[in-house]
Ligand binder design. Structure first.
Ligand SMILES: Cc1cc2nc3c(=O)[nH]c(=O)nc-3n(C[C@H](O)[C@H](O)[C@H](O)COP(=O)(O)OP(=O)(O)OC[C@H]3O[C@@H](n4cnc5c(N)ncnc54)[C@H](O)[C@@H]3O)c2cc1C
Length: 305
């Protein structure tokens, strides 16, 4: 039997032009300042929305014919968690950030990182000092957060205490590494520096994992200081891939997943409201700005069909 006798999609050999996004090209190398000494600087990127669409069409072949526009396809991929096409785009950033933010950031393992070496190099005496408005007492309801605010005088005293502590740590560090003094190895001397010390790294990540990072770190539950960095990355993604950004906001950032118990409660409530509305001629549930298929899926989820 000749292999050509079997039906199947022929491979696609489309012309390749290296994708570029002018909105990102304009940002290359320019630091976007964050907190008091930090920044995010775009070093490089790979791919555009076409690269995601291209990869999806390769993997689904003629199966994508039902999703006719690129926008529709991107939204479909996001909505249905078809994640691998999003891995076709990558971004490389130079980030300067306090060590306590870096410790949260580095937990996102699916990225490539090269950090400034404080064994090899001398750290700058740059420490994150919160703005007065960012100082707040320990929350009594959320042990991972702050709550309320300080008066101007209290905030000034706290900032002064923090600054004094930083200055003392910096003085000890530079004293310890002084070649004419202790000449202590940099890798050991750094132990006296606080978590607020700024570090730098190159961070390269694919879009799928970047969006995962943003879903967790642009969220109000994340610490304010890492959210400040996430906000800059959100703006970058929006400029780079506007349709992906829009669907990410719709299906992830501003979406919510309900548990089975919550869904049961919602379905019961909706049934009662529906029966009441039917009797009284009241309003029906309207869902705007979505496709017909999404509308059907929504009503099905609420047990309406
Ligand atoms: C608000 C908030 C509070 C947090 N508090 C704490 C805390 O108190 N203490 C603490 O230790 N951490 C804390 N974290 C960190 C959190 O537990 C995760 O480690 C971090 O968010 C990284 O998430 P991730 O593992 O999904 O990301 P990544 O490491 O980027 O991984 C992405 C995905 O890849 C897969 N993956 C990666 N590596 C593995 C692996 N080895 N095995 C299996 N699957 C893998 C998983 O599906 C994972 O979701 C907190 C995070 C947030 C957002």
């Amino acid at each position: 039997m000749n292999p050509t006798d079997f039906p199947g999609d022929a491979p696609m050999f489309e012309n390749i032009v290296r994708p570029s996004v002018p909105a990102l090209d304009a940002r290359l190398g320019t630091p976007e300042f964050v907190l008091d000494h930090g920044f995010v600087r775009l070093i490089d990127y790979m791919g555009d929305e076409g690269a995601i669409v291209q990869a999806a069409r390769v993997s689904y072949g003629k199966g994508t014919k039902g999703v006719n526009s690129d926008r529709g396809l991107l939204r479909y991929l996001m909505r249905h968690w078809h994640t691998t096409p999003f891995e076709m785009c990558e971004i490389k950033l130079h980030v300067k950030l306090p060590i306590f933010v870096a410790r949260q950031w580095i937990r996102h393992r699916t990225a490539n990182v090269n950090e400034y070496s404080a064994r090899y190099s001398i750290l700058r005496a740059e420490f994150h000092l919160p703005e007065p408005g960012d100082l707040a007492p320990q929350s009594r309801t959320n042990r991972q957060g702050r709550d309320g605010s300080y008066g101007e005088d209290e905030a000034t005293v706290i900032r002064h205490k923090m600054t004094t502590s930083y200055e003392r740590a910096a003085a000890t560090y530079f004293d310890l590494i002084d070649e004419d003094g202790d000449d202590l190895a940099r890798e050991t001397a750094r132990e006296v520096l606080p978590l607020s010390t700024y570090t730098e790294w190159y961070w390269k990540v694919d879009l799928h994992n970047l969006l995962h990072f943003l879903r967790l770190r642009a969220d109000p539950h994340a610490q304010k200081e890492i959210r400040a960095y996430a906000a800059v990355l959100c703006k970058l993604v929006e400029a780079w891939l506007p349709t992906v950004w829009e669907s990410f906001v719709d299906y992830r950032l501003e979406a919510h997943t309900f548990s089975r118990q919550e869904m049961d409660a919602l379905r019961t409530y909706m049934r009662e409201v529906r029966e009441f509305a039917a009797d009284m001629g009241g309003p029906t549930l309207c869902l705007d700005g979505v496709t017909d298929r999404e509308r059907v899926a929504f009503h099905e989820a609420l047990g309406e069909y």
